[in-house]
Design a protein around this ligand. Structure first.
Ligand code: FAD
Length: 433
């Protein structure tokens, strides 16, 4: 039997290095640029590649990938332990080659891309030389992808794409977009759409505007409102089967959700650490905050939430490593996705509160973290949708009660026990009364 909460010594050594590297190299670098994928920024270009080189040297580049794709093949559990160290940084995922949406797009290309597409896009993406975009959500609503209208129509050996997409993150930095478009509006709901690779320099792609997210700062937003007008791509840019868009989406979204959660552990832990420091540093009415019972309750509740969430994330990562199929862990991933925004909102909110006016200021990270919790509750599927999905998974195959009363109804259990021990009752002569 194996049931172990320890990290092996060799990997722990790497994690110790990561912790120092984050503190001494990535955190200061993060204060020097707007976006770690903005390859037009000379400061970014001077700082990030040397950091990536150090990560490669330590064999920690693209830890989500197996050796066939140039990763070390550590698996999701080890990736989780790494991500919970880099998750507070802006550029950690880029420095370690694990940033979304590139990580998911690489998986999709590896699974479904032709050899030509892999050569043109996968290798440079894995090497961190280019960035990519995932263009699925539409302006009319993202929660129900079966209602999408952006269309790809086959003409000879090309597809012609017309429609609009919304919140296509990093489109302005991307060399290609992974696009979901309707190929057969009359098909069964989950067979209507297909997934494509669209080279970013194809005529007809227009970024209507780049939308910003309050928590993310930066001079200009990075979430593109994209219009596709008569965009022509070769037919072999279809990923998987025509009508298989939902299946392809599952390959990338499962991983993306759990990777976000691993990094969120870092934000929650940082919030708690800063809360603890504040509690022993600040005095009011002649006592430290740490000595007030209401503050102690905030601290205790935060620790419990962090540890519960972290264990759920780590166990889900471990399960993915066991079954190697996100679809088989779909309920666990939905549970993690549901827990994530609440835990971050609660703990970062308490940290903000304990820091008072300083806590809500832009000089501390808490207001960003609180807003980030809403990002977690919306992106990759709204919390409500994941709650529904989790409940449906849990309800699947459950047997109804045998009659009007639950199977564990006390009177039923009494009767069953009396039947089981009828001989004992007969022997002692009580008759069960
Ligand atoms: C920071 C960020 C980055 C993103 N990056 C990308 C990206 O790179 N590519 C991409 O394609 N998309 C991206 N998205 C979009 C994201 O996937 C969508 O925002 C999400 O799917 C929800 O769609 P919507 O915003 O249109 O909300 P809507 O679908 O309009 O839903 C709005 C709200 O309605 C409620 N709701 C919806 N459905 C249900 C239900 N079944 N039951 C109860 N309540 C419900 C929820 O409260 C939900 O938040 C990103 C979003 C964010 C915030």
């Amino acid at each position: 039997m194996s049931w172990d909460f320890q990290t092996d010594a060799a990997y722990q050594e790497k994690l110790d290095w990561v912790e120092r590297f984050v503190r001494e190299e990535i955190e200061p670098a993060d204060r020097m640029y707007d976006h770690p994928l903005d390859m037009a920024d000379p400061v970014r270009n001077a700082l990030i590649p040397p950091l990536q080189a150090q990560v490669r040297e330590k064999e920690l580049w693209a830890c989500h990938l197996g050796p066939e794709l140039g990763g070390p093949g550590y698996g999701q559990l080890k990736l989780a332990l790494l991500n919970e160290l880099i998750g507070t940084t802006l550029s950690g995922p880029v420095v370690f080659g694990t940033q979304a949406p590139d990580s998911g797009n690489a998986e999709v290309l590896a699974h479904f891309g032709t050899p030509e597409l892999k050569e043109r896009y996968l290798q440079p993406l894995l090497d961190g030389e280019i960035a990519s975009c995932f263009s699925m959500t539409e302006p009319s609503g993202g929660s129900d992808p079966t209602g999408f209208t952006c269309q790809a129509v086959r003409h000879g050996d090309e597809y012609v794409i017309n429609g609009e997409k919304w919140f296509s993150s990093n489109a302005k930095f991307a060399s290609f977009l992974v696009l979901m478009a309707v190929t057969d509006p009359d098909a069964e709901r989950h067979k209507r759409a297909s997934m494509f690779i669209v080279p970013a320099d194809t005529p007809g792609i227009e970024i209507v505007r780049n939308v910003g997210v309050a928590a993310h700062g930066g001079k200009e937003g990075t979430h593109a409102y994209v219009r596709y007008t008569d965009v022509r791509i070769p037919a072999d840019h279809l990923l998987g089967e025509e009508g298989g868009g939902f299946e392809v989406a599952q390959v990338r979204l499962g991983g993306g959700r759990i990777h976000h959660a691993m990094r969120t552990v870092a934000l929650v832990r940082k919030s708690l650490d800063l809360m603890l420091e504040r509690a022993v540093s600040r005095e009011t009415r002649g006592r430290r905050l740490a000595d007030m019972q209401l503050v102690q309750e905030m601290i205790a509740d935060s620790w419990v939430q962090l540890e519960q969430f972290r264990l759920l994330v780590l166990r889900t990562a471990w399960k993915i490593d066991q079954v190697k199929d996100y679809k088989k862990v779909i309920a666990d991933i939905a549970g993690v996705k549901v827990a994530m925004p609440k835990v971050l909102n609660d703990v970062a909110g308490r940290a903000l509160q304990l820091h008072g006016s300083l806590g809500i200021s832009t000089e501390m990270p808490f207001s960003k973290y609180v807003l980030e919790s809403f990002h977690m509750a919306i992106a990759d599927g709204a919390t409500e949708v994941h709650k529904q999905s989790l409940a449906k998974q849990l309800l699947r195959g459950v047997t109804p009660a045998p009659d009007l009363f639950p199977s564990e109804h006390g009177l039923r259990l009494d009767a069953q026990a009396r039947a089981k021990y009828a001989d004992v009752l007969a022997a002692v002569g009580t008759g069960g009364e």
